[in-house]
Design a protein around this ligand. Structure first.
Ligand code: ADP
Ligand code: MG
Length: 195
């Protein structure tokens, strides 16, 4: 049975906030993949530069593939390789204006390197591209969360899941932001190299 809904996106876009509320609304189980990895002993190291756990994606994927859940699962992660594609019903990738992402990550107190890396990933659409590669484009939906309320997001995500709604916003931050994006990227590059 295809029992997993993946909520993905660059760190800071709002995955955990939405995924938890969505699980509550739909009466699904919520799984934070990073926490699950810790619980099942699938954390195999620590990346000091990135200040992030290194996850054994095969181990997590095998674990999830072997689950016989009583309910559907909402999996919260930006590491899509940790999710077994054959179990996945839908993937919802959240996208956020890189300027807003920059603000959020700065507020979180992330180091300059980590801010730069994540903002650049968002600009490139890395999570979306990885999701399409790993799960196939038919399963992947993409939402620009920038101007949407959390209620709107829950509504759209619920329809994607329960009504099989096809939802795929065309998102190209370079095209949309032009010079504003160039300015942001220059700022984060400076912060990175002038420490
Ligand atoms: P992620 O799990 O993708 O890293 P979080 O859910 O932790 O992101 O959200 C990052 C920050 O953005 C948090 O401070 C959260 O309160 C805020 N946030 C998340 N979603 C929204 C939203 N829809 N509107 C405004 N702020 C949000
Ligand atoms: Mg989170």
């Amino acid at each position: 049975m295809k029992s997993i809904i993946v909520v993905s996106g660059t760190p800071g876009v709002g995955k955990t906030t939405l995924a938890k509320l969505l699980a509550k609304r739909l009466n699904f189980n919520y799984i934070h993949i990073g926490e699950l990895a810790k619980r099942i002993g699938a954390v195999i190291g620590y990346d000091k530069e990135r200040k992030a756990d290194i996850i054994d994606v095969e181990k997590v994927s095998k674990y999830l593939a072997g689950l016989k859940p009583d309910k559907e699962i909402i999996a919260d992660t930006h590491v899509v390789e940790a999710i077994p594609p054959e179990k996945v019903k839908k993937v919802i990738v959240l996208r956020l204006d890189p300027r807003k992402l920059y603000e959020r990550l700065s507020e979180r107190g992330y180091p300059a390197d980590k801010i730069a890396e994540n903002v650049e990933s968002e600009v490139l659409g890395t999570c979306y591209i990885d999701s399409v590669k790993h799960f196939g484009s038919d399963k992947v939906a993409q939402i620009d969360v920038t101007e949407k309320s959390i209620e709107e997001l829950i509504e759209i995500a619920s329809r994607i899941i329960t009504e099989n709604l096809r939802y795929n916003e065309d998102i190209d931050w370079a095209e949309k932001l032009g010079n504003n994006l160039a300015e942001l990227l220059t700022k984060i590059a400076r912060a990175r190299f002038h420490r």
